[in-house]
Design a protein around this ligand. Structure first.
Ligand SMILES: *[C@@H]1O[C@H](CO)[C@@H](O)[C@H](O)[C@H]1NC(C)=O
Length: 252
């Protein structure tokens, strides 16, 4: 039986609907399915009945009964809780309505999930008392929900982490950036951990301090270029000098 049918056919709930709509007040009921596990084992059904902005009554599947919050609601709850058939139906709605819809919703989102492209780079190297700073960025992911955290030797780091909000790229994709300020210790491993619907396991990227090398390499390339330039210039100069000296030797 659907919620609507329950509402229409159930005398107690129907009564509440009728008494409150007569004068044009606002009566409404909201079924909510609350869960945080991917196997839906903690699925909770909350079905609230409200008049204007006040919740009178709520079915709570974890206690498998109605709870009244107002004088009127308490009376309704007392009556409704005597109705074993109704309570059984509602208990079944946890599977029929909540788990079923959650599955549909999750699979439609998960099918469309696009994994983030992750970059991990040094913003600032530690020097003296100034801590080092790393930035972990995740680009072009969907959906928006994402969690970026930092690990030191596999353990979650909490302090010195700043994170931006998920930023919309405007093309359905999102990006996010997280900065970590830390004092490097030798032998430790710093990692960026990204949790997203596109991957059942967290995506862990380890910080490789040798990635700082490209900066040093550039200096090395620049320096060797300079040395090479000087050698060529010197060779050219010597060649020119020899040639012009030779020219003088040639008699006219
Ligand atoms: C539902 O009932 C459980 C168990 O009593 C309680 O912990 C939870 O807070 C209730 N939920 C709401 C929204 O009232």
């Amino acid at each position: 039986m659907s919620f609507l049918k329950l509402l229409i056919f159930h005398p107690i709930l129907m009564l509440s609907a009728f008494t409150s709509t007569a004068d044009g007040y606002y009566f409404y009921n909201i079924p909510e399915c609350v869960y945080s596990t991917s196997d839906y084992s903690d699925m909770l059904l909350l079905w609230s009945f409200s008049f204007n902005k006040v919740v009178d009554l709520q079915y709570n599947s974890s206690v498998e009964k109605f709870v009244g919050y107002t004088e009127q609601g308490v009376k309704f709850a007392e009556n409704a809780n005597k109705d074993q058939a109704l309570l059984q139906q509602l208990k079944a709605e946890v599977d029929r309505f909540c788990r079923h819809n959650a599955q549909n919703h999750d699979s439609s989102v998960r099918d469309k999930a696009v994994p983030p492209k992750i970059t991990l780079k040094s913003v600032r190297q530690a020097s003296g008392k100034i801590p080092a700073m790393l930035m972990c960025s995740a680009y072009d992911f969907y959906p928006k929900e994402i969690k970026v955290s930092w690990l030191r030797d596999g353990k979650l780091m909490t302090s010195e982490v700043t994170s931006t909000m998920e930023l919309a790229d405007g093309d359905w994709y999102y990006q996010i950036h997280s900065e970590l300020e830390y004092t490097p210790k030798s032998g430790e491993q710093i990692s960026c951990m990204v949790q997203h619907a596109s991957s059942p396991k967290p995506i862990i990227t380890h910080w490789d301090p040798s990635l700082l090398e490209p900066g040093r390499n550039k200096i090395a390339i620049g320096a060797s270029g300079l040395v090479l330039g000087i050698i060529i210039a010197a060779a050219g100069l010597i060649y020119y000098k020899k040639k012009s000296a030779g020219r003088i030797l040639v008699p006219n």
